[in-house]
Design a protein around this ligand. Structure first.
Ligand code: EPZ
Length: 420
């Protein structure tokens, strides 16, 4: 088993390059199934979720070659199966995207129900609602979802809840459908837009991605023979913004899209940090004093991202005064607060809200990450805590962050990955 050993406190200073977005890549790679051809993806994050996604695709007959550390050549000319291996999909939450993609390409799909996770219930009723509205028949039994459709007919779908996954999955299922599909109450996250941009690059006709109404005019086929670069990871960039503030450091975050972080920037300015937007793809974030208290309410984009909630929790744990976080997306995203309390924080979490009584400093302790963003938060906490912190359960963190300890070390953190 591996752990991260971090000796703090350290002020994080320097430059960090942001990698391609996990939540875009894990959708775009399945989306290549809509192409009967070859395409190249660049700026692909080299993380375990992406590697698992590629392994599942290869089991379906897709040829995937890593051309470099961040680019892959995908050949989807020979699909040999429409059944995603259950033992693999149960380890890869976003495997549900294979349903929409295989339905479009082959008219049928069987995928294991997404594994449980530490954020609470992860329903997919809206995905199923969309597939059935397009004319598919969907059954859920023995832990698997099976979908099939002789043909998919464009229609109008109103999503009952704003859902990134359902928006993308319905998009995948309607790109090659007969006629036009409208998705109302659609998610607007940058990775939703990135999937639409990828599909349009390959010949789809999708308009309105990034707004709450997306219109997809079905086309006969997508062409390959094109290269697409995955959007920079908004959440990784936000993680380092919050690390700069928590450590009273000064970090220049390169290769990001500053517009995707406007909500985080606004909140950091509100609590007394400094943020400078350098020509739209670089952010400098610095803080010289203890942050002021704040009230945070997570919300779908462009609101404060739930995937930055734990990292913000570390900042509020050492802020001046009493702060509150209301988590509106997931039922159980405060498990990390128990770990921070082991480090001397004073946080009371109950249901979907948590109260942070700011303390002067955190002290080192052995802590366990419960999900990937909680893991990133505990690394930030270890960086600012006095003494030697050990962070366990790195498999969560490695799902979504590439070489995270190297990036923190390059910013001055005393951090090592150790095998126990
Ligand atoms: C995506 O999950 C992300 N994962 C999550 O990031 C992120 O937290 C979430 O969007 C919200 O931004 C990927 O993109 C792979 P949702 P997703 O469907 O698509 C409810 C990370 O750390 N809902 O937008 O599964 C659901 O319960 C991960 O990178 C339904 O009720 O999330 C939740 O309350 C963690 N029925 C809300 O909608 C459905 O059919 C938003 O979920 C689908 C969702």
């Amino acid at each position: 088993m591996e752990k991260l050993v971090i000796n703090g406190p350290t002020r994080l200073c320097g430059d960090v390059d942001i990698t391609g977005a996990k939540n875009a890549a894990v959708a775009i790679i399945p989306a290549t199934l809509l192409i009967d051809g070859i395409c190249t993806l660049e700026n692909v994050p080299n993380i375990s979720d992406v590697k698992m996604c590629c392994s599942i695709m290869q089991k379906l007959g897709v040829k995937i070659d890593w051309l470099s550390n961040h680019s892959i050549r995908v050949d989807t000319r020979n699909i040999s199966s429409t059944i995603a291996p259950y033992d693999m999909t149960s380890k890869f939450r976003a495997s549900y995207y294979l349903l929409g993609a295989l339905l479009s390409r082959c008219g049928k799909a069987e995928v294991g129900l997404p594994g449980g996770c530490n954020l609470g219930a992860r329903p997919i009723d809206q995905h199923i609602k969309g597939f059935e509205a397009l004319g598919a028949s969907v059954t859920v039994a023995q832990g698997k979802i099976s979908a099939k459709a002789n043909c998919l007919i464009g229609t109008s779908i109103y999503l009952d809840t704003v859902s990134v996954g359902a928006t993308i999955n319905v998009m995948l299922a309607s790109v090659l459908a007969d006629g036009t599909t409208t998705i109302d109450n659609a998610a607007k996250e940058p990775h939703v837009v990135d999937v639409a941009n990828f599909l349009n690059t390959m010949g789809a006709d999708i308009r309105g991605a990034g707004t709450d109404i997306i219109k997809i005019n079905g086309v006969k086929a997508l062409h390959g023979n094109a290269t697409y670069s995955v959007v920079p990871d908004q959440i990784e960039a936000g993680t380092f913004m919050l690390a700069a503030v928590a450590s009273k450091g000064d970090i220049t975050i390169k290769n990001c899209i500053t517009k995707h972080l406007e909500c985080v920037t606004a909140k950091l300015l509100e609590i007394g940090a400094h943020v400078e937007d350098i020509d739209g793809d670089t952010l400098r974030v610095w803080a010289s004093k203890r942050p002021n208290k704040a009230t945070i309410k997570t919300a779908p984009y462009p609101g404060f991202p739930t995937d930055l909630q734990p990292q913000m929790g570390v900042v509020l744990a050492i802020a001046n005064g009493t702060s509150i976080i209301n988590e509106s997306i997931w039922d159980s995203r405060f498990q990390y607060t128990a770990e921070l309390n082991k480090m001397g924080a004073n946080i009371t979490a109950s249901g979907k809200s948590a109260v942070f009584q700011g303390v002067n400093e955190l002290s080192a302790a052995p802590v366990y990450s419960t999900d990937l963003r909680a893991g990133a938060a505990l690394i930030i906490a270890g960086t600012i805590a006095k003494g030697k912190t050990e962070v366990y359960n790195l498999e969560h963190i490695d799902r979504g962050y590439e070489h995270i300890e190297d990036k923190f070390r390059n910013l001055g953190a005393k951090i090592e990955r150790v095998s126990e």
